[in-house]
Structures are given as C-alpha cells and as structure tokens.
Ligand binder design. Structure first.
Ligand SMILES: C[S@@+](CC[C@H](N)C(=O)[O-])C[C@H]1O[C@@H](n2cnc3c(N)ncnc32)[C@H](O)[C@@H]1O
Length: 414
C-alpha cells in the first residue's frame, strides 16, 4: 500500500514538472533555433520598402498590400484543345479579357493589311557582315512601305485569356485533358499575356523566345497559330525539361516538329554568336528579382544571403540578354523586353542601356514602340503605373491582383 502511494506521488511530481514547462514555449524554442534570423522574404520586403516607397511614392502602400496578398491568375485558352473551354469558364463567371477589351474593333479590323512581306529575309547559314548589309537594306525598304499603312503596333491574334471579375478571387479548377490528352487552359498571371499580345506576331513570322521556361509565354505565342518557326531557349537544362513537358501537355505532337519548333538550352547572352539578323519577333523575358515570389517564398529566393552576388549582377545580365535579343532580330524586326519586377533599374534602366550599347557597339539603331494603347485597351482588367517615360507596367492592386509586369517594345531600324 505504501509503495502504491509513493508511485502515485512520483507520477504527480513528474506531471507537475511537465506542466511547469509550457508546451508552446518548448515548440517555439526549437523553431527559433532552426529559423533563419533574417529570412529572404523579410530581406526582400525591407529592400522593396526602401526602394519602391521612393520610386512609387503614394502608390507603394497599396501595391505592397496587394503583393503580400493572394495573387490572381488568368486561364490562357489552348486553341489546340478540342473542348469548349471558354464557354465552360464563362458559365463559371469568367470573361476573356482580350476580346472583351475596349478596343476590339481597332485590334481586329486592321489585320488584313498585314502580309508576309514584313517578314525577315531568309536567314543566311553563315551570317557575314556584307550579307547583313544587303539583307538589312532590302528589309528596310519593305517595312518602310508597310509602316506607312500600319498603326504603331497591332496585337497578336487568337490569344484568349479568361479571368474572374475585378475583386473576385475565385480560384480556377485544374485544367482537364480533352480526347487527345491536351489540356484546355494554362494558368498564369494574366498580365504575363500582355507582352505576347503586344509583340504583334503576324502570319509567317520567325519568333525567338530567349528565356522561355517554364513556357507560359511560348504557349501564348503558339496560340496565334501564325508563327512559321518558334525557337524556345532557356539556359537552365532542368527548366527546359519542364518547358518540354508543358509543350507536350498543350500542343499536338504532329505540331512539335523540327520544322516548327526548336528547343535549346543555350546561354542567351551568347545568342549573337549563334544567329544574328534572323527573327521577325524576339521575346526577352529576363530573370529578375521576381518581386511577388521574393516576398512570399523563402525557397529559391534571390534575396537569400547566398545569392546576393547573383542579385546584384541581374541588371548586367538583363542588358546582355536584351542586346543578344536585339542582335537576333532582323532589321525591321521587333523585340519585346519584359520582367516581373517593379524595379526601375531592371526595367527602364536596362532598356536605356541596351539602346545605347546597341548603337555604340553594334551600330544598331532602335526605336521605342509606343505601347500606350495597351494601357487604354486593358484598363478594365489591370492597373497600370502612371507616367512611365519608357514602356508600360502592370502594378498589383487588391481588386485586380495581377503583376507586376513591365514591358517595353523596341523596333530595329538598322
Ligand atoms: C522570367 S523567367 C522566364 C519565364 C518564361 N518566359 C515564361 O513565360 O514561362 C526567366 C528565365 O530566364 C532563364 N535564364 C536565366 N539566365 C539565362 C541566360 N543567360 N540565358 C537564357 N535564359 C536564362 C531562367 O532559367 C528562367 O527560366
């Protein structure tokens, strides 16, 4: 009996001791020991607060709260799929923000005047300096004639993207495969479709997507069904693999032939050594500080201490990539530079430097294409930054939480 009592007392003591150590406290200690003192997301927020409060002024607090909130997606419709996807999405309350834009007439009525005459001359297998001169002269004459007929730019056709209304943050269901196994839509930031739309891809064009993985924009460019040849490149081999998978899930395999598509994993900055004066349209969607990702995900974050050097070198890499894209375009060809950062240095700063260096180092004269029309057409769907002197930028907003997306379009005059 005495022994039983002693055992009970011992149990009670142990219980009392355990209750003295609060459970939450113990858990917190362990958590605090493994957690980085300054996680990359906090470093990013600190950095953006310092930079963007100056750059965006009164706009920054609302952009900040949107960036830290759940983002909105758009469903890029897959024209290769046989399912009636748009009708289905419309029944759920979505609308195609492109055909539903303010300037539908402007977009579509002017297209018939466009012809393959604007395309680059056939590329030379060995691009010599003399040959470049000859072909550039020829191309300029053709585009001079066209330029008199056409407005500053048109939108690429056949691209459709469904979004839920302003203020509605309903999530899309995962896309389903049709009878051939092709998915009906691709979920992406709807503002990412704008650079592809404004690239103005026309029938018979040769198009280069220099930094293409995981492939949302390549897929949007293919939706035009106007591209004669699409070259998709990304220096990361693993991301190029992802891009291949995306293409296989959305594009019929009869279309994925060497005559239509080339997939490569080259360093885009070296593209000028491979191919110059070749493409009618070039998309340069560069690596950047990916502001939204940097604020919300600690994994693979460019603000982690170990990647400081890489982050600081971004503007240099971006200028090199844009210059390579400019060289890859044919005279008369057009180049779209895009990022998903609000940073003035990575956006307008890079474009200004590339224009200067193209002239100084390569004798290439570029003109900036006015994209103001894009802001007029799509102001129902996106919030645009006011008064940019170069390019346009979608800024995140709680009622329309897309972006940030910056884009600037250049036309090669020589
Ligand atoms: C913003 S992402 C491109 C997103 C893609 N355009 C899309 O819409 O899915 C930038 C890409 O650039 C690639 N990249 C980084 N450095 C590069 C280089 N030197 N040459 C080519 N691609 C590069 C990265 O691997 C990354 O996939």
């Amino acid at each position: 009996m005495a022994m039983l009592l002693e055992t009970r007392l011992l149990f009670r003591k142990v219980k009392d001791l355990r209750s003295l150590t609060p459970r939450r406290g113990r858990v917190k200690e362990k958590w605090a020991a493994t957690r980085a003192k300054h996680p990359p997301t906090s470093l990013a927020l600190h950095h953006f607060d310092a930079k963007y409060s100056v750059q965006l002024g009164r706009l920054w607090p609302s952009v900040r709260v949107a960036l830290l909130s759940e983002r909105k997606y758009g469903a890029l419709l897959n024209n290769f799929s046989s399912d009636a996807v748009l009708a289905n999405l419309q029944a759920q309350g979505c609308r195609d923000f492109i055909s539903d834009s303010d300037a539908e007439e402007y977009l579509y009525n002017l297209h018939p005047i466009l012809s393959a005459a604007q395309s680059c001359p056939e590329p030379e297998s060995e691009v010599g300096a003399d040959k470049q001169e000859e072909s550039s002269d020829g191309a300029m004459k053709k585009s001079d004639v066209d330029d008199q007929q056409r407005p500053p730019f048109l939108l690429s056709r056949n691209i459709n993207c469904a979004v839920f209304p302003r203020g509605d943050i309903t999530r899309f269901k995962p896309a389903r495969p049709d009878m051939q196994g092709l998915l009906g839509y691709y979920l992406m930031d709807a503002a990412s479709v704008l650079p592809c739309l404004a690239l103005d891809v026309q029938e018979g064009h040769r198009v280069l997507d220099l930094c293409a993985a995981p492939g949302g924009k390549s897929l949007a460019l293919l939706q035009t069904q106007a591209v004669r040849f699409l070259c998709v490149n990304d220096s990361s081999v693993s991301r190029t693999q992802r891009l291949r998978k995306v293409l296989r899930r959305y594009v019929p395999k009869e279309f994925l032939t060497d005559e239509n598509i080339r997939i490569t994993s080259f360093d885009g900055t070296k593209w000028g050594e491979i191919e110059r004066n070749t493409f009618d349209r070039v998309l340069v969607d560069v690596p950047c500080t990916t502001d939204r990702h940097s604020l919300t995900e600690d994994d693979n974050n460019i603000f982690s201490k170990s990647r400081t050097g890489e982050r600081r070198m971004l503007p240099k890499l971006q200028v090199e990539l844009l210059l390579a894209g400019i060289e890859a375009a044919c005279p008369g060809g057009e180049i779209m530079y895009s990022t998903c950062t609000l940073s003035q240095i990575q956006n307008m700063g890079v474009v200004e430097q590339a224009i200067h260096q193209a002239q100084q180092n390569h004798g290439i004269h570029l003109e900036v294409v006015d994209l103001q029309l894009v802001t007029n057409m799509f102001r129902k769907t996106f919030h645009f930054a006011p008064d940019l002197h170069l390019g346009v930028m979608v800024v995140p907003h709680l009622a329309a939480n897309f972006g940030p997306i910056y884009m600037c379009k250049l036309k090669r005059m020589t």
